[in-house]
Design a protein around this ligand. Structure first.
Ligand SMILES: [Mg+2]
Length: 359
């Protein structure tokens, strides 16, 4: 048998505790509860992937994702990993209803393909930028907790992303706390679909009145409310970014055609690796800004996203900070990830560069 043929697989839960709950307007992650997958060739080379399950955002569950992954893995056993593009196309069709499983298994296939070629995923995507630096998220919580968090992180990180959308006055207080702690930092605000267009307009005008001008505003209104995004893009002197609204290539095409947003958040878990690459090209040709984001993810898939963004280049916002919320990571990155948020991409030798310890 050819050495590059996928011979076996393993699917396991990937769990970790967090330092604090990761709370956003639509719900909360109390821990990292994902599913990891390993593919092995007959020559003994392994590729790894992580399916990031965010039930309060996508409705997907760990159990369903685990089951779908096992079925999908079984269906690609016997296929040649050298044929990886064909396998990726097949997965984007067959796992479209469970994007976490889809992107997790795509990642394992890509990791395997890169390892077989002796290159990193960053090189595979073009090797454009040697490193990328993530922002850090100030989650929803009390003003006091936000001040505490800022005291610990303001010297390490340059950009801060503030989650808002539950309480107007509390959000303003937290934003003032962040601004006071890091006056020159780039601020990104993410409402995760919480506002009506009118409430969003009020909220951001109040912030502007107080001298706080965010560099980016993510998903202020409901996922399907493209007109609301357009309204805010026209009304506010701010860069409005689609995240939940940008769930497919068709969505992004429509958002661009109707001039609804000036930026788009690409997440591999949302779009899959093939469509994410196409979305990147579409957004670049339309001249809108690019953000790379993630769900609650360990270093394994966070590095994949960093390599995708740094490899292709052209990303204005890097939001890959969830590894910094993990207490005991099951996929430690060592020196490849600095505690200032820098992903050192050019030093990765093969594949993603991260191997989960659970297999
Ligand atoms: Mg977002």
């Amino acid at each position: 048998m050819k050495e590059t043929v996928i011979e076996s697989f393993e699917v396991k839960k990937l769990n970790a505790e967090l330092f604090m709950p990761f709370t956003i307007s639509s719900g909360s992650h109390k821990s990292l509860a994902n599913v990891a997958v390993m593919l092995k060739t007959s020559g003994g080379v392994c590729g790894y992937g992580e399916a990031a399950v965010a039930t309060h955002i996508t409705g997907e569950t760990v159990e369903q994702t685990e089951e779908n992954l096992k079925k999908a893995c079984a269906s690609i056993v016997g296929r040649d990993a050298a044929d990886y593009l064909k396998i990726l196309n097949y997965l984007e069709e067959s796992l479209d209803k469970n994007r976490a499983a889809m992107s997790g298994l795509e990642l394992a296939v890509l990791d395997l393909a890169c390892r077989l070629q002796g290159i990193s995923l960053w090189q595979y995507y073009g090797g454009k930028e040697n490193s990328v630096r993530t922002d850090i998220t100030v989650v929803i919580g009390s003003e006091e907790k936000a001040r505490d968090f800022m005291a610990k992180t303001r010297c390490r990180f340059q950009d801060f992303k503030i989650k808002v959308g539950i309480d107007f006055d509390e959000d303003i207080k937290r934003l003032i706390a962040v601004k006071e702690a890091a006056p020159s930092a780039k601020l990104i605000i993410d409402a995760n679909c919480a506002y009506s267009p009118e409430d969003a307009e009020k909220f951001f005008n109040e912030l502007l009145r107080r001298g706080i001008k965010p560099a980016l505003v993510e998903q202020p209104v409901k996922k399907e409310n493209f007109e609301g995004l357009k309204y805010l893009t026209e009304k506010l002197p701010l860069v409005i970014c689609a995240d939940e609204s940008a769930y497919s290539l068709d969505d992004v095409f429509e958002l661009i055609r109707r001039k609804c947003v000036k930026a788009v958040n690409i997440k591999l878990t949302k779009l899959g690796f093939m469509r994410a690459r196409e979305t990147w090209a579409l957004a670049r040709s339309a001249g809108i800004k690019l953000m790379i984001g993630e769900m609650m993810e360990s270093e394994l898939s966070s590095f994949a996203a960093a390599e995708f963004a740094g490899g292709l280049g052209g990303f204005d916002f890097i939001d890959l900070d969830t590894p910094f919320f993990l207490k005991d990571s099951p996929c430690p990155a060592g020196k490849l990830l600095e505690n200032t948020g820098v992903y050192r991409l050019a030093e990765i030798e093969k594949g993603i560069g991260i191997v989960p310890g659970i297999f």
